[in-house]
Design a protein around this ligand. Structure first.
Ligand SMILES: Cc1cc2nc3c(=O)[nH]c(=O)nc-3n(C[C@H](O)[C@H](O)[C@H](O)COP(=O)(O)OP(=O)(O)OC[C@H]3O[C@@H](n4cnc5c(N)ncnc54)[C@H](O)[C@@H]3O)c2cc1C
Length: 455
């Protein structure tokens, strides 16, 4: 029986981060079943052929060169009392400390027909390979359910691959967790310009077919039909020309601990600010956990690699005896919709109001370069502030150029509890190729817009 100081269940970014921090200092095992860990964020770009599938696969040496053992198996059972794990290959390993980094899986709503062939989520190497294979076999149509970042990136990739694509979301605007309604008009226009059929305010109520999915019914009465695929001869192959892909959110992978003494919340395993669960010597990090907003202190969504990695860093340092605590989710994130780059951080206006804040918003519109430069593109900023304190609560940007630099700046401002008054003092840089004129800065202009309303 193998014994480890630390056993980590999982092979995603959280587990790999722990291997990197602890591999040379502790006897540590990383246990995951897949042939490869994946760069999930890059999966849509492998669908459209911009990069190969191989480029989305991480090398095992990320774990093994760091000094950790990589065990390829499913953990089938945790024996908390005896600190033992039972693996799918019948092996047992013992641990001193256990880390749950089991991630999350696509949420498939409980509607009729989701077990039909041709219905999938979008997370694993198998999902990616199957979709690529279906495209090669003559796939013509795809219905993507969910117009969040993953759904939109996937819909664009499928469209680029020559498919007819329907993108369905029950919300009234796209990217509802990233940006507010007034930032999305041109994004929705861009989705339509790309030739994707966008169904907003529409809910998928059932999938029908005999073995393969043949029809997708929406609650507005619309039915999307897939035709018989005459070209396909493979017995296990594509019998109809369409597939349905759910990108409608993620749910934590916590079945392994459900019913155990480890406390669970609605969104995952409950942990404190050093990632301890309710059970001694058991920790959890990443998408399998439920955590709090760094702004409100209340439970917040946050299933992002950019949350999973910092959580794992905090735990790694804690296990090395270095006292750091996790500040919570701020949820800075970004995506690309056609020619637009889009980012959001902190609370949107909608969420801030739901959380009970009285909110003031400010806008600015400048260009990404001096407007006299030939490549200048529009840059639109929205800031959300607490009316009572003037504290910056959230920010959103839509631009013709990448937004992550500005989004990260604004996330840091939110983390540091900056007021919009302070943001108006931001000292910025300017150069014809890289910014608007020195006379103005998009973030400062939007902050001044908020300040005008506050005073
Ligand atoms: C298509 C797509 C695009 C994305 N794009 C972005 C992006 O642009 N930016 C961003 O920040 N985030 C993005 N994300 C989210 C990001 O990938 C996740 O937040 C991140 O992977 C979470 O890391 P994790 O280590 O917590 O869990 P995961 O990466 O989900 O890894 C969980 C691991 O646990 C293993 N496991 C589970 N149960 C067991 C068991 N019983 N035994 C053994 N192993 C087990 C799994 O097999 C897996 O290896 C994207 C996700 C997807 C699917």
């Amino acid at each position: 029986m193998d014994t480890y100081e630390i056993a980590v269940i999982g092979g995603g970014p959280a587990a790999i981060t722990l291997a990197k921090i602890l591999g040379k200092k502790k006897r540590i095992a990383v246990i995951r079943p897949e042939d490869h860990s994946m760069i999930y964020c890059a999966m849509p770009y492998a669908i459209e052929g911009l990069i190969s599938v191989e480029k989305t696969l991480k090398k095992d040496t990320l774990v093994t060169d760091a000094g950790a053992d990589l065990i390829r198996a499913v953990v089938e059972q945790i024996d908390l009392e005896n600190k033992r794990l039972l693996l799918s290959d019948s092996r047992t390993i013992t641990y001193e400390k256990l880390v749950l980094a089991t991630g999350a899986e696509p949420f498939i709503p409980p509607i009729p027909g989701t077990a039909l062939m041709g219905v999938t989520g979008f997370k694993t190497e198998n999902d990616l390979s199957a979709i690529k294979k279906f495209i090669t076999m003559g796939l013509k149509k795809a219905v993507v359910v969910g117009a969040g970042a993953i759904g939109i990136e996937l819909a664009q990739a499928l469209k680029e691959s020559g498919l007819q694509v329907d993108l369905v979301d029950l919300g009234s605007s796209v990217l509802p967790n990233l940006v507010d309604r007034e930032m999305t008009d041109e994004l929705e226009g861009e989705i339509l310009r790309m030739g994707i059929d966008l169904h907003l305010g529409a809910k998928v109520v059932s999938l029908e077919g005999s073995t393969w999915v043949e029809r997708v019914s929406l609650d507005n009465g619309r039915v999307i039909h897939f035709d018989q695929n005459d070209e396909c001869t493979e017995p296990e192959g594509l019998t109809h020309d369409g597939i349905v892909i759910f990108a409608a959110g993620m749910k934590p992978s916590v079945e392994l601990v459900r019913g155990s003494a480890i406390a669970l919340g609605k969104d995952g395993i409950i942990v404190n600010d050093v990632m301890e669960t309710s059970e001694k010597d058991i920790y959890a990090v990443g998408d399998c956990t439920q955590y709090l907003s760094g702004i409100t202190g209340r439970v917040s969504p946050g299933k992002l690699a950019t949350n999973a990695v910092p959580m794992a860093k905090i735990l790694g340092l804690h296990l090395l005896g270095q006292g750091r605590t996790y500040p919570g989710f701020y949820n800075g994130a970004a995506t690309k919709v056609g020619n637009f780059f889009v980012g959001g951080t902190g609370l949107s206006e909608r969420i801030a109001r739901q959380e009970g804040y009285e909110v003031v918003t400010g806008f600015s519109e400048v260009t990404t370069q001096f407007p006299i430069m030939p490549e200048a593109k529009r840059l639109k900023v929205k800031l959300v502030a607490d009316a009572a304190s003037g504290r910056l609560l959230g920010a959103q940007i839509v631009s013709g150029e990448p937004v992550t630099g500005r989004i990260d700046l604004l996330t840091f401002a939110i983390q540091k509890e900056t007021s919009v008054r302070e943001l108006t003092d931001l000292s910025y840089s300017s150069q014809p190729y890289q910014s608007f004129y020195p006379a103005a800065n998009g973030v400062v202009l939007a902050a001044e817009d908020v300040l005008r309303q506050l005073s």
